[in-house]
Design a protein. Structure first.
Length: 462
């Protein structure tokens, strides 16, 4: 191939070979592309997505399939011939296959499992038996295990023999004859060791392991804190069941991040891409939270009605209601978002609640003081220029200024505490979304505002 041909856009080349209808040429082209480039072609040419997978070698087909989004995977699997479907499912690693099957209706899963080889079927049913979002759903049984009395040479020979069927050979796992986990050892240490040395003399008995029933967030945190490419998964009796690799954890982390962002925005988590989701399903995902927030906001009208007499006596107070409630809502949303992120990263736990309160008490006072001062100065200067507020400008400015301090302080504390309280009761902190916090602070902010007004303006305007 010439240098000029090497720089031809893969999409242009694909259009050329697909129009030729030459099966051998199509297969040769596809099998010479990087997996990521093949995935791009599938997204770019959805009419040919099943044909692209069908013309790849089975190993490259499974490698491409596992990095596609779920709706695309479903369409491809539905369009493939039965024989190709069986080949693809059997070639997928156990964890990737389980991840795909758990997205399908149970009736479809039953039919697809029938196409698996007996051993793959046993493994898949075992993984699907673990709770959703548990480490057991992520793990793969494709790893290399050796015994402690083997020599380094025996281990290397064993890796050469079975390594091609393993998910990774970066880490080797040491077990006894019962499968009891002893330690893990990196391939680098094996390669550099004396060939006659026994594995028990190479291991250091310092390892990080996951329990099969651990939450997937636990796995994500373990990888982040320990800089590992793979971790062993044990049962309650310390028997090695499988391993979890970093690539699977990265996919899960991305999914959880997307869900949290959607919940923070005040909607249920979407389980498929936005543009692929049916309009009715998208409507259902959004309408529940909107109704909840709408009903909550109606409490604002109730609060306004409670202070109707005060508003009638001093109509000028109503001018600053949007300013007050938006400031409180904004401060609460800021605090809530920061705490949710800190909890997701493991920087804040339930036990840290008092430290959070102390910090936000000070930060809320500081933020409220800044906004209160700006509000006070703005009212004072505006009256000097336009004579808007009459003889009671200082009282009005003081009311707004002190109210902002109280509302921002309350918004900050409420926004930071609500995620922690939800976590304490086993709920997802992300559900204390910014819109929910803002609605809560809107109502209480009005109470603070009119209470401050009644104190400062008592006997004058009220």
């Amino acid at each position: 191939m010439s240098l000029q041909e090497e720089h031809i856009d893969p999409k242009a080349q694909f259009e050329e070979v697909i129009q030729s209808e030459d099966v051998l040429q199509i297969r040769e082209f596809l099998n010479n592309q990087n997996i990521s480039e093949v995935a791009d072609l599938i997204y770019e040419y959805p009419d040919y997505e099943s044909q692209i997978i069908a013309n790849l070698s089975i190993h490259r087909a499974s490698s491409t399939f596992k990095i596609l989004d779920v709706p695309t995977q479903k369409r491809i699997m539905a369009d493939l011939p039965a024989q190709k479907t069986a080949e693809l499912l059997n070639d997928l690693s156990a964890d990737d296959r389980t991840s795909f099957l758990e997205e399908l209706p149970s009736e479809v899963v039953k039919e697809l499992i029938k196409t698996l080889d007996p051993e793959e079927r046993r493994i898949t049913l075992s993984l699907l038996g673990y709770p959703e979002r548990s480490v057991g759903r992520l793990m793969t049984p494709d790893y290399i295990a050796v015994e402690r009395d083997w020599t380094v040479k025996e281990v290397i020979d064993h890796i050469r023999e079975v390594g091609k069927d393993s998910e990774t050979i970066d880490v080797i796992y040491v077990v006894d004859e019962r499968g009891f986990f002893i330690d893990d050892i990196r391939i680098r240490e094996i390669i550099l060791a004396n060939p006659e040395k026994r594995i028990e003399d190479v291991i250091d008995n310092r390892y990080i392991a996951l329990n099969v029933n651990d939450d997937q967030e636990t796995a994500s945190e373990a990888f982040k804190m320990n800089n590992r490419v793979a971790l062993p998964v044990l049962d309650d009796n310390n028997i090695l069941l499988g391993i979890v690799t970093i690539d699977d954890v990265l996919w899960i982390t991305q999914e959880e991040f997307s869900e949290d962002i959607q919940k923070i925005g005040g909607t249920e988590a979407l389980d498929e891409p936005y543009l692929d989701m049916a309009l009715v399903k998208l409507f259902k995902k959004r309408v529940v939270w909107l109704v909840v927030l709408f009903l909550s906001e109606m409490l604002t009208a109730t609060a306004m009605g409670y202070f109707e007499d005060e508003i009638a006596k001093a109509v000028v107070l109503a001018l600053f209601v949007p300013l007050i409630i938006s400031s409180g809502g904004n401060s609460g949303s800021q605090a809530s978002t920061l705490i949710i992120q800190a909890m997701a990263l493991g920087e804040v736990t339930i036990a840290d609640w008092w430290r959070v309160v102390r910090r936000d008490l000070l930060s809320g006072l500081m933020l409220g003081a800044v906004l209160g001062l700006i509000g006070f100065v703005r009212i004072f200067l505006w009256n000097q220029i336009f004579h808007t507020y009459g003889d009671h400008t200082m009282l009005i400015a003081s009311t707004v200024g002190f109210s902002l301090i109280g509302v921002v302080l309350w918004g900050t504390i409420a926004g930071s505490m609500l995620p922690i309280v939800l976590k304490k009761f086993g709920a997802d902190p992300a559900t204390s979304s910014a819109p929910f916090v803002a609605t809560l602070v809107d109502v209480t902010g009005l109470v603070i505002y009119f209470t401050v007004a009644s104190i400062i303006m008592h006997g004058v305007l009220l």
